[in-house]
Design a protein around this ligand. Structure first.
Ligand code: IPD
Ligand code: CA
Ligand code: CA
Length: 256
């Protein structure tokens, strides 16, 4: 947790960073992302000798079936960060023998640290958190419309169109990790994104499941070794309603 907090301080205090695109104009990386990933790689690998590292901005060896693997997004919400929008997270997950073990999501601009260890509950700044018990009609849904791959946007808009009258309202904050932690702490109730990478959701997903939330992909469970749809909710019945709509709009298949 100290390492994640220190990495967040570096992100908060980063100035004069450069911005480049990663193939499409929407998908950017800053020099602060790259520097922070190098910092986290160095510190986390020395914290757990023999562990492996999977980060968004560097070389990756995948998740080890035995021992420990870190899954790291040095800045989730890079577009927000690059514009001074303070909805940003450092996201660090630890997998053990190929399975989720611990997750840390830290927004350095609000000084919010979410963390969870499997079987030990989820916490925000040290206090236990829980998903809300709000019914669908009072639910806030967080979502996104696939900014980096706009060919997938139309069915995502359809999901929003169909969910909007059923729930309270919709948010798109620009950080999947922050949004999934909002679900974990009971501030939001539903989440859908058609394509997240493991580093976007791995740490927050551990917090969500330890806080009592539920999640799935279109075809079965969420996976952590490749991009995956993420459908999540505060309870099973809200998840089922969202899942049915997503599944209909995508013909029951992951579209990539
Ligand atoms: C992105 C954010 C965003 C989500 C994208 C992610 P990045 O991560 O989590 O909310 O909609 O799918 O890729 O690029 O800022 O690390
Ligand atoms: Ca991300
Ligand atoms: Ca990122």
């Amino acid at each position: 947790m100290d390492i994640v907090r220190e990495s967040g301080r570096r992100v908060r205090e980063a100035h004069g960073f450069t911005v480049e695109d990663k193939g499409t104009r929407e998908n950017i990386v800053t020099s602060a992302d790259v520097e922070n990933e190098m910092f986290l790689r160095r510190e986390l690998l020395s914290l757990v000798p023999g562990s492996t590292f999977m980060g968004e901005e560097g070389e990756t060896t995948g998740i080890s079936p035995e021992g420990y693997t870190w899954i790291v997004d040095p800045i989730d919400g890079t577009t927000n960060f690059s514009r001074g929008i303070p909805i940003v997270a450092v996201s660090v997950a630890l997998f053990k023998d190929g399975q989720p073990h611990a997750g840390y999501v830290y927004n350095p601009f609000t000084d919010s640290m979410y963390h969870a260890v499997k079987g030990q509950g989820a916490f925000k700044n040290g206090r236990p958190i829980r998903v809300s018990d709000r019914p669908l009609e009072q639910g806030i849904m967080c979502t996104a419309w696939c900014a980096y791959e706009k060919r997938l946007a139309l069915p995502c808009f359809k999901v929003s169109e169909r969910m909007h009258p059923l729930c309270n309202d919709i948010r798109r904050t620009g950080s999947a990790a922050v949004e999934l932690c909002m679900l974990a702490e009971g501030a939001a109730e539903l989440y859908f994104e058609i394509r997240l990478s493991p580093w976007d959701h791995a740490a927050a997903m551990i917090c969500l499941s330890e806080a009592g939330g539920v999640a799935r992909a279109i075809e079965g469970d969420i996976v952590f070794d490749r991009p995956c749809p993420v459908i999540a909710a505060n309870n099973g019945s809200n998840l089922d309603i969202l899942y049915d709509i997503v599944s209909e709009e995508f013909d029951g298949r992951t579209p990539y």
